[in-house]
Design a protein around this ligand. Structure first.
Ligand SMILES: C[S@@+](CC[C@H](N)C(=O)[O-])C[C@H]1O[C@@H](n2cnc3c(N)ncnc32)[C@H](O)[C@@H]1O
Length: 210
């Protein structure tokens, strides 16, 4: 799969067949990282938000959030989650195929949490564009798979995962940026049948200082 329409088709089908409650909790790595970095709530852009676990949690913490996804079904569920929790004023969903279009503006926090897809896209370019969307003083946080869970669509494939250093280098940041996190911690993940496995994530946090 490699055309613009493939992303929408793949992810619409994915979410249409999925329990609307899946993915409505925030990513524990992200919440721990933000507890550590302790930014004051401002504006946030969540790239590939899915069912909005991160976006809804950020909004509940006081952030004004723009969740973005290629799947309108996923975005409708984020909006429904916001309505159910009184967060509609702080959630502004936008539908984009990020390999084609990107939201206009600048944000204090830009997140990309497991922004992975089996569709061939210029993912590094999207993340470089994400860095450009960070306002001065703001942060880009990328949390991504650095190993394959046994239940993943990629299980059994010989996947080359970039190191955190590779990911930071691919962002092509200038000297107005500071690296706050760039490591690959392990965690215990739970699969769709409740099975568990130890997996590795790349955790990248970079701050635009100027
Ligand atoms: C693996 S899911 C992760 C969802 C969510 N961030 C999470 O951590 O649960 C990847 C998400 O990226 C979205 N996505 C994939 N390709 C995209 C694209 N080209 N443009 C925008 N969103 C895309 C998918 O629809 C999906 O919601």
């Amino acid at each position: 799969m490699n055309s613009a329409n493939d992303s929408a088709a793949f992810w619409e089908k994915h979410y249409a067949g999925m329990d609307a409650q899946w993915g409505t909790k925030p990513n524990a790595v992200l919440t721990a990282l933000l507890a550590d970095l302790a930014p004051a709530p401002g504006t946030a852009l969540d790239l590939g938000c899915g069912h909005g676990g991160d976006a809804l949690w950020l909004a509940a913490q006081g952030w004004d959030v723009t969740p973005v996804d290629v799947s309108q079904t996923a975005l409708d569920r984020v909006a429904a989650g916001a309505a159910a929790t009184g967060l509609t004023d702080r959630i502004h969903p936008q539908q984009h195929d990020l390999s084609q279009t990107f939201p206009d503006g600048a944000w204090d926090l830009v997140t990309a949490t497991y922004f992975h897809t089996p569709v061939t896209i210029a993912r590094e370019s999207v993340l470089r564009r994400a860095a450009q969307a960070v306002a001065p003083g703001g942060r880009l946080i990328v949390i991504e798979h650095a190993s394959t869970a046994p239940w993943s669509w990629q299980a059994g494939q010989d996947i080359h995962y970039p190191t955190p250093e590779d990911v930071i280098a691919s962002l092509q940041l200038d000297n107005t940026w500071a690296v706050e996190r760039g490591d690959a911690p392990q965690r215990t993940a739970t699969g769709p049948e409740g099975q568990t496995a130890t997996v590795t994530d790349n955790v990248i946090a970079v701050r635009r200082t100027g």
